[in-house]
Design a protein around this ligand. Structure first.
Ligand SMILES: NC(=O)c1ccc[n+]([C@@H]2O[C@H](COP(=O)([O-])OP(=O)(O)OC[C@H]3O[C@@H](n4cnc5c(N)ncnc54)[C@H](OP(=O)(O)O)[C@@H]3O)[C@@H](O)[C@H]2O)c1
Length: 292
């Protein structure tokens, strides 16, 4: 007699990595709960993978903590306790620190960090009771190195990294695995979804940062459209981590993540920062006189 399928809950499945990941899980011995923002549920439901009887699509905004609690209880009641939680949903602001508002900061953290940790807390009691489970948090190279105009995004991923590291120690006695998967640049259209702060969107921000935005936008988009690594490749990596007997706490999601990891580790900090600063695109024209 075959064992019951593992129940996996993946957030943010309407596109990109999450969507590719549920397609992989659907091929295996899993029962999948795929969440999508309420505004994207219909789109996900129209895809072939959503027709599978192994897949349940559920609306969820991870910043709606009560909604997350209700969803985990519903899954436990109707399908069973969550065996694998993949916190994949994420957003990214492109903004200098000065242009962010407190509301923007909160939104960034609610989706990428607070919402993910709330789901962890909701799934943990049953995992601990059963002395098994896996938590896979999708971090980023931005969670180990910060770049200009990405402060808030990096802060959210650094927070996720720190909390996951603590969790790794806390949960080891119960045999619950905690992993972070860190993608670097991916050939995807995710850059079209970057958010701008309220201040920037309303034209209240200072033009003195214009070069920061222009150069970083062109730089990120150029790399993202040229890199060979796709969302499917990252999803394969996450899927593999979910199946490992002894998954690592940190796993590179793309080959460039390995390179960045070693750059960060090997170079003395002062040299690393100096080097990175000098290689920032068009950095010589950044600054108050850039529009003169
Ligand atoms: N793309 C990259 O280069 C890259 C690099 C490093 C790390 N990552 C990380 O990888 C993860 C997946 O990103 P991706 O590349 O697949 O980008 P994506 O295509 O934009 O996917 C993000 C998913 O999260 C969903 N989402 C956004 N806000 C949400 C909320 N409040 N509640 C629930 N779901 C929400 C989105 O839904 P909608 O489609 O409905 O908006 C989308 O399905 C993210 O955590 C991201 O930070 C991506």
């Amino acid at each position: 007699m075959s064992s019951a399928p593992s129940i996996v809950l993946v957030t943010g499945c309407s596109s990109g990595i999450g969507y590719e990941l549920i397609k992989l899980f659907e091929q295996g011995h899993y029962r999948i709960v795929a969440t999508a923002l309420p505004s994207s549920v219909q789109e996900l439901l129209s895809r072939p993978v959503a027709q599978s009887e192994k897949v349940s699509v559920e609306p969820l905004d991870v910043a709606d903590y009560a909604g997350s609690t209700a969803l985990v209880r519903k899954v436990e009641r109707e399908i069973g306790p969550v065996d694998i939680l993949v916190n994949n949903a994420g957003i990214s602001y492109r903004s200098t620190v000065e242009d962010m508002t407190i509301e923007d900061e909160q939104k960034q953290l609610q989706v990428n960090y607070l919402g993910a940790m709330h789901l962890v807390r909701e799934c943990l009691p049953s995992m601990r009771r059963r002395r098994s489970g896996r938590i896979v948090n999708i971090s980023s190279v931005g969670g180990m190195m910060a770049m200009p105009t990405m402060a808030s995004y990096s802060a959210s991923k650094f927070a996720l990294e720190g909390a996951s590291e603590s969790l790794w120690y806390e949960l080891k006695p119960w045999g619950i695995h905690v992993s972070l998967v860190r993608p670097g640049f991916i050939n995807s259209l995710a850059f079209t979804k970057v958010l701008f702060s309220k201040k920037k969107a309303s034209g209240e921000s200072s033009q003195e940062y214009d070069r920061h935005y222009e150069n970083m936008k062109a730089f990120v988009e150029k790399i993202m459209t040229r890199t060979p690594c796709t969302s499917t490749d990252v999803a394969r990596r996450i899927y593999k981590v979910c199946q490992m007997k002894r998954p690592p706490l940190r796993a590179a999601g793309t080959p460039d993540a390995i390179l960045f990891y070693f750059l960060r580790r090997i170079l003395p900090r002062f040299l690393y920062h100096k080097l990175l600063y000098r290689t920032l695109p068009g950095v010589k024209e950044w600054g108050p006189n850039s529009k003169a």
